[in-house]
Design a protein around this ligand. Sequence first.
Ligand code: ASP
Length: 477
Amino acid sequence: MIDASAHYAPAMKLSVPVRILLGVLAGLAVGLALNAWWSPASWAWLGVNDAAAYLARTDAPANAQAGVMAGAARLAVEATNFTADVFLRALRFIAVPLVLFSLIAGVAALGDVRRLGRIGLRTVSLFVVTTVLAIVIGLVLVNVVQPGHMVSEETRNQLAQARQGDVAARQTQATALAEQGAAVWRMLLSAVPTNPFDALARGDMLQVVVMALVLGAGLTLLPQDRRGPLVNLCESINEVFTKIIHGLMWIAPVAVFCLMVRVAAGLGTEVVAALGVFCATVVGGLVLLLVVVYAPLVWLAGANLWRVIVGMMPAQLLAFSTSSSAATLPVTMRCVRENLGVSERTTSFVCSLGATINMDGTALYQAISAVFIAQLYNMDLTLGQQLTLVAATTLSAIGAPGIPGGGIVVFVVVLQSVGIPLEGLAVILAVDRLLDMFRTVINVTGDAVGAVVIERLERSGGHADAEPALPSASKPD
Ligand code: ASP
């Protein structure tokens, strides 16, 4: 990879992942400190009695006493939000064209539609297997730990009441979804674009993936002299985006700092404490998934999970601070290609498909959450109901968009599939944002593991190209 640190003075020579890690840690520390010590009384001390109006810059008589210090505090809030949002927008700006052009070039370079069919089948099968394994791990863990039986009825009702409105809004969205037809058909149909420009403009990643696959496959049918210029163009555009990603990594430490301050300052720490066992079960399950599923898979592919984790660090830290695997996609692809040594083709295919349909962390989280809510309401789930949960959660995780809280709307449908009380959703919403950070890291790691495994399969299938070695031998940045 390009060593951005080469432009620094020697005294500041820290690698990109280390600088991003420092940004995350510093942001966490500042955000948690604000969370603990900054309150409405702090605003009042600065002459601001209606903080919401003051931050929105609307005139309010209650804020007539606001002075220079209050103005400085507001400016700090605005600058933090601005930096975080600019970074998120830049990542989103790259994601759609990057997927489009890298996939077209990748598929066209396969040179044979049958190869596309084979890699597609392998990738989708692998994703479904890891998703189901994640759900099984979640179900076993939540049945053993029983976190729902460790929350008092009083706490449950308090938390449920506080978020009733949010649940109602999600329920309306879920009903609208259900009215569009059965989940599997709806999902398959929504992947088929009717207008390529509309799919691009809306940034509908699944449709963009399908469109790029079709265009790439179409290109393989052209003679080399007609195909070549277009493939070259796609590759050149790809390189431009790769350069932009390298540039973005420069501001990433500051951006993740701002993202983390924002999230940590707004965390409801009391709720997290009340649901501590539930949160620990989810995080424990995610770690278990790494050890029990990902490590053996990577090992079978002749690689080493630790190297994969170290190589994916920039993407994982971004996933943690943005809670969005779609926004992280450009960096995921860069890390998989440059740090794990996976070929351009496999990377573009597996990662862009993975960011849309492979969400192992989300699947595990939803399985645990569903049974947790059932336990909260003293509802015993039969084996049959738990099996229904496996099927419903698999579909839900496949259909969830890679954005913060993306899985929740589809999760309503999961709860309904086995008749779990929807009020319970309000309880987990309180900690959803926090757990989203952890599950998104696993969603991104799962895509990287998928890419390493598929790359190995492709190479052993006699289609090895002059590509660098897989992570057992390569040196991450
Ligand atoms: N935030 C997750 C992701 O982007 C999706 C979810 O579980 O809500 O991967």
